[in-house]
Design a protein around this ligand. Structure first.
Ligand code: NAP
Length: 363
């Protein structure tokens, strides 16, 4: 194991959990030493449970094949086996996930979560490190409020937001207020977990409904763009968002068609492109291992970005944008694309953990 930090994965057998296992294989800082899932899987070797439903290439990685899966509902099993956990759990209710993630934190095990349960807890940061790395500081208040010593919870936002939030933030950071936004998402089936949406609903079809997704798309940007005050994240007042979320027959890669209305000051299309191309965030400045070198990639072909061609850009961590043009209703429109199980899930969680380590929270 050497000097690497031992990490655990809760929900290690699911779609996101498998992505964590795959992406952490050669990570320079972290090494998977603990895997946990439902009581159905507990007590069995990892390979035995996932072999028939492994989603990422031919073989389950060597380092984890023989790890015995523990019951994720018993946090005491993780003590002494890992320094922090990634949570990719799907339980019956958000309250159950919240309570379980809190119990890991109470035992001194930080939780870097993909679940939506804690996204609205006002002392839990909801991180896209290129945008709101400063929100990490709210963890001090969170630990104090609970009397936790080392443990805490940090979360990432909904996967489809990743396809457009960083491009919008880049424009805001450059001084352009975004007042209103209209977004239509075309979301991959892997976003629904494994086995996900039945094939007879999905092949040759589009499903214009994803439970809870439009509400998340309309609310979560306000917390991400919010600010820290009195040990809490206070939501931003805008932009006002209208979202239409659709499930489409694509395996990986969420696409978003976005129209933006600016305040008084409006950038030209050339300025927008320059801002996106030159944008860098803290992960790039710190050289975090999972940070894409070019966080926003601008495509000029009239028919890009496309999931199959563009989702894997820079380890699946970059956002591709294209079809930038004027909008007859608002000011500009564009298409954004990101890899939902990498940037939108496990890769995004790993980048959050790297940021937390760099800021001293995983010591
Ligand atoms: P999934 O494929 O359904 O996997 C669910 C995981 O939870 C499995 O490891 C499963 O273990 C475990 N689990 C189920 N019931 C449990 C129980 N009663 N006790 C303990 N563990 C239990 O789901 P997923 O797509 O990976 O999503 C995981 C989480 O990430 C969800 O909260 C989801 O909302 C979030 N998320 C997903 C995506 C995405 O693109 N898929 C993106 C962002 C966030 P068994 O195999 O033993 O049943």
């Amino acid at each position: 194991m050497g000097d690497k930090i031992p990490v655990g994965i809760l929900g290690a057998t699911g779609a996101v959990g498998q992505n964590y296992i795959f992406l952490l294989q050669d990570h320079p800082w972290f090494e998977v030493t603990y895997v946990a899932a439902s009581p159905r899987s507990a007590g069995k070797p990892y390979r035995e449970v996932v072999e028939s439903r492994w989603l990422l290439g031919a073989n389950v990685p060597e380092g984890v094949r023989d790890l015995v899966i523990e019951d994720a509902n018993d946090p005491s099993k993780a003590v002494g086996k890992c320094r922090f956990v990634f949570s990719a759990l799907e339980l019956d209710s958000k309250d159950e996930i919240k309570a379980l993630e809190n119990s890991y934190a109470a035992l001194g095990i930080p939780v870097v979560s993909n679940a939506s349960a804690h996204r609205w807890t006002d002392d839990v940061p909801m991180l896209i490190p290129e945008i709101n790395a400063d929100h990490v500081a709210v963890i001090d208040a969170q630990k104090k409020a609970h009397g936790w010593d080392k443990g805490f919870v940090a979360v990432k936002p909904n996967c489809s937001l990743q396809s457009y939030m960083t491009p919008i933030w880049a424009l805001m950071k450059a001084g352009y207020e975004v007042k209103r936004m209209f977004v239509t998402t075309l979301q991959a089936v892997s976003g629904a977990g494994y086995p996900g949406v039945p094939s007879l609903d999905m092949i040759d079809n589009v499903v214009p409904y994803i439970g809870g997704e439009e509400e998340k798309s309309e609310k979560e940007p306000l917390k991400i763009f919010g600010s820290l005050a009195d040990g809490k994240i206070v939501n931003a007042a805008g932009p006002l968002v209208a979202a239409h979320c659709n499930r489409v027959p694509v395996i990986n890669g969420h696409t978003a068609c976005v129209s933006l209305e600016f305040g008084e000051k409006k950038p030209s299309l050339a300025e927008v492109e320059k801002i996106w191309t030159e944008f860098r965030g803290l992960p790039q400045e710190l050289g975090l291992p999972f940070a894409p070198k070019q966080p926003i990639i601008v495509r000029h072909e009239p028919n890009r970005p496309q999931p199959r061609r563009d989702r894997d850009e820079d380890k699946g961590m970059a956002v591709s944008v294209g079809r930038l043009r004027d909008c007859p209703l608002f000011d500009i429109r564009f298409v954004g694309l990101s890899h939902n199980t990498v940037r939108g899930a496990a890769g995004g969680g790993i980048l959050n953990a790297e940021l937390l380590k760099a800021k001293g929270y995983l010591a």
